[in-house]
Design a protein around this ligand. Sequence first.
Ligand code: ZN
Length: 100
Amino acid sequence: MLIPCYACESRFRPDEFFGACHDYHRGLDQVAWTCPRCGNRDDLRVLPGALGFGYPRRGRFDVHDRVRVPGLRRHRQELRLDISLDEKVWRVPSRVRQAV
Ligand SMILES: [Zn+2]
């Protein structure tokens, strides 16, 4: 199971990919991700069993592309998003200030 960077087309193991997630925006239900190879920043939503890549638009996040990640789960906390796959959990903290 490899997850692509849409900018440089590198592919990452889940461990490496989710470790590069940062800034959970709870209002948009959106996670920021910065590619460890090329530095490109992408926005995505963690869904049950999939990642949704897209763009924030008019106060919501529109998913344009889905990548299946079997077994992927998410749990929305007050100040962070917990992403889990197999036995592992990655915690993505919320930004302290969030623009609406
Ligand atoms: Zn990249």
